[in-house]
Design a protein around this ligand. Structure first.
Ligand SMILES: [Zn+2]
Length: 363
């Protein structure tokens, strides 16, 4: 019999769909740091870590408080043979919006659900060389975004795990939805993977992860975008990272970001892919992974953009020129590499694609 202190989770709220349903339920909304909804979400993640048997790795049990805002990160670990560490993190708060409540299913309940299923697979699997720390981050969204109160920056600044031990931080944000209209599975099942170009060992890890049907990881150079999520503090501290993201969609920061907008088979495939990434990374030769701030992935970025090009509405800016521009840039990339001006063109094409995914209305 469980004692009164042991956190309990209703059986309905277990598994990918269950986690999302709970985090998007009235009990957790609005899911803002320091509010009853935010507290319920945090307690859910704590109870889930406990249920999985993760070792508490916060300052008070699983919790690392962010005192000024009444929020807290939730941190648990599965110890490996060495103290070198892989972090897997997803924020559990949701953005406040005008004129309604944002359920935050894709942003970011889906990632929390995926993280918990990866934690389940890792805790049930064989002992790994490295330790794996799972972190539910609070306060990712505005007004805390990129401030010292942002949960993941607080984690880094206070060294919840000594930074010198961390070989890789895997950030999950907005990974629950299909990309585009779902007509082409090679587009719909795409997950964008950013940051590997900044660490040779991380690129090597990705090369050794088995392919999983139902998800298509495509590399993108992180320098293409502004710092968008919880990897930012780790990147600034020189920690190698991977940022998993499906781009924005029309439900981004809106009342329509409900569980209905998610692609659960894609999420299940992502659990399998990410369990592979964590396992391969955790068992890589025990020596520090090296962060290379100038690392580039231009060739892979061009391939990914070409694959996503069909999502550009015909009337979007650059839609007519983009195929020819990309072909020319790909030739130049293999001949001499791209210069800064070329890279700005790549960036403009990618931003047009991202705008198109965000706003599906006719241009
Ligand atoms: Zn997010």
């Amino acid at each position: 019999m469980p004692t009164a202190e042991e956190p309990m989770i209703d059986e309905r709220y277990i598994g990918l769909r269950g986690v999302v349903e709970y985090l998007c339920s009235d009990e957790c909304l609005p899911r803002l740091p320091g509010t009853p909804g935010g507290l319920a979400a945090r307690q859910y993640v704590e109870a889930a870590f406990d249920r999985l048997g993760l070792e508490p790795a916060g300052e008070e049990g699983y919790l690392q408080h962010i005192p000024a805002i009444g929020g807290a990160n939730v941190i648990g670990q599965r110890r490996g043979r060495s103290e070198r560490t892989i972090i897997v993190g997803a924020h559990f708060d949701a953005c406040a919006i005008d004129g309604g409540v944002n359920p935050g299913a894709s942003d970011n309940a889906a990632s929390v659900a995926v993280m918990l299923e990866v934690a389940k697979a890792i805790t049930a699997g064989p002992l790994l060389e490295r330790s794996v720390v799972f972190a539910g981050f609070d306060a990712e969204e505005p007004p805390y975004f990129q401030t010292h109160r942002m949960g993941s920056r607080h984690f880094v600044n206070k060294e919840a795990v000594p930074l010198s031990r961390i070989d890789l931080m895997i950030c999950l944000d907005m990974i629950g939805h299909a990309i585009g209209d779902g007509a082409e599975s090679e587009i719909a099942d795409t997950v964008l993977v950013l940051g590997a170009e900044k660490c040779p060992q991380v690129s090597e890890v990705l090369a050794h992860v088995p392919a999983v049907p139902g998800v298509f990881p495509r590399r993108l150079d992180v320098d293409l975008i502004d710092q968008l999520s919880d990897y930012a503090g780790f990147q600034d501290a020189g920690v190698p990272f991977l940022f998993y993201n499906n781009g924005r969609n029309e439900h981004y920061h809106a009342t329509s970001d409900t569980p209905k907008s998610l692609d659960f088979p894609k999420m299940a495939a992502l659990v399998e892919h990410l369990t592979g990434v964590v396992t391969v990374a955790a068992n890589a030769p025990i020596e520090p992974f090296v962060y290379e701030p100038d690392g580039q992935g231009h060739g892979m970025t061009l391939e990914t953009i070409r694959a996503l090009l069909p999502t550009l509405p015909p009337s979007a800016r650059l839609a007519q020129q983009a195929p020819q521009l990309l072909a020319t840039l790909a030739d130049k990339q293999s001949a001499t590499g791209l210069n800064e001006r070329d890279w700005q063109i790549v960036r403009r094409i990618f931003l047009a694609i991202d705008d198109g995914l965000l706003d599906k209305r006719p241009w």
